[in-house]
Write a protein that binds this ligand. Structure first.
Ligand code: ZN
Length: 119
């Protein structure tokens, strides 16, 4: 359910911990993914009854779906990987810091007030 996303501003790599979760069997966002605009869909991922983070779906220049895993600092999942996740500045509507940079396709932007804001 995950792929590679890191933060441009800090250079932190969010994926070193989550490669075990990576699966290539899903090629499009699930029906419950939320459209946040800018061609981005986010899927909330649960872990031990808590929100571990989101999978950020977006399209590559060739139109194919790309995705990245974004863990939440302080979540039950994130506690296993201190310092590797994103800070949830606001849960609803969602605001994350810092920005999201996809290491696969280079897509870069922010999730602010539940919307995708291109960097
Ligand atoms: Zn990408």
């Amino acid at each position: 359910m995950t792929a590679t996303v890191s933060t441009a501003d800090t250079g932190r790599n969010a994926m070193s911990k989550s490669e075990a979760l990576t699966s290539d069997t899903v090629s499009a966002p699930p029906a419950h993914a939320v459209d946040i605009g800018g061609g981005h869909m986010i899927e909330f991922v649960e872990y031990k009854g808590d929100t571990a983070g989101i999978t950020d779906w977006h399209r590559k220049p060739d139109g194919a779906w790309c995705r990245g895993w974004v863990s939440f600092n302080g979540s039950e999942w994130g506690k296993n990987f201190p310092g590797n996740g994103w800070d949830v500045a606001q849960r609803e509507p969602l605001t994350l810091t810092p920005s999201l940079l996809c290491r696969v396709c280079g897509d870069h932007g922010f999730i602010t007030n539940g919307r995708w804001v291109k960097a």
